[in-house]
Design a protein around this ligand. Structure first.
Ligand code: C5P
Length: 222
């Protein structure tokens, strides 16, 4: 088999609703990269736990991850706020993180050959999963702005949740994600900080694209 050229790898971490998913999708489309929203995997298991607390075991997580298909991550029900909270509860567990890690590594470093690389976003991508990624970004925004954006998304999906509830839930998840023992959310020293509070989606992407193109041109990837 023909040896593969060095792939483009992009790692993104962010607190919830900071715009990382939007940017990751734009990056994936522009550079032809595989995109994995790792939060969706935690949400999927968070949902399974909500449906069936007694039968939620490591064995079950192992079995489910073996059969995991990308389309399983597209389910609308994964967007619910109670699913996100359940995801952040199971995400504290080291064993569960370990099982999920394998799937993420495969997507990150061995994406299908029709892609020239990968972009993953989550909470521990720059610090654990893709420490050696070619590009590392930490995307953030002020809490109230994030709550406003997430509330608008819920409204569009016709989900009944108030702005205050969204704000409280994001604050709670920020706390859980930043203060847990294993793989807490943090900005690594080598990640580039992108604050989206006052930036439009396009302006934010242009900032990221400028950074990426400079290095890719230098490396001969572009
Ligand atoms: O990104 P999203 O908000 O969908 O993630 C849901 C939850 O999954 C997060 O609050 C976090 O607790 C967990 N998560 C994680 N590590 C990741 C991605 C998500 O712990 N890489």
């Amino acid at each position: 088999m023909k040896k593969r050229k060095k792939i483009i790898t992009v790692a993104i971490d962010s607190p919830a609703a900071a715009g990382a998913g939007t940017q990751a999708k734009l990056i994936a489309k522009h550079y032809n990269l595989l995109y994995l929203d790792t939060g969706k995997i935690y949400r999927l298991f968070g949902k399974i736990r909500l449906n069936n607390k007694e039968n939620f075991t490591y064995k079950l997580v192992k079995k489910e991850i073996k059969n995991l298909k990308f389309k399983d991550l597209d389910k609308k029900e994964l967007l619910n706020d109670n699913v996100a909270v359940s995801a952040s509860i199971i995400a504290k567990n080291f064993e569960i993180r370990k099982i999920i890690k394998k799937f993420q590594l495969k997507c990150a470093f061995n994406p299908p050959r029709n892609f020239v690389g990968s972009v993953l976003d989550g909470r521990d991508i720059t610090s654990v999963i893709m420490k050696k990624a070619m590009f590392k970004f930490y995307i953030t925004a002020n809490l109230k702005i994030r709550a406003k954006r997430r509330h608008l998304e819920f409204k569009k999906l016709k989900k009944k949740i108030s702005y205050k509830e969204v704000l409280k839930s994001l604050k709670n998840r920020d706390y859980l994600d930043k203060n847990r023992k294993y793989s807490p959310l943090k900005k690594t020293k080598d990640s580039i900080l992108i604050n989206t509070t006052k930036l439009s989606k396009k302006a934010c992407f242009m900032k990221i694209k400028t950074i990426m193109d400079k290095k890719l041109q230098f490396n001969g990837n572009l």
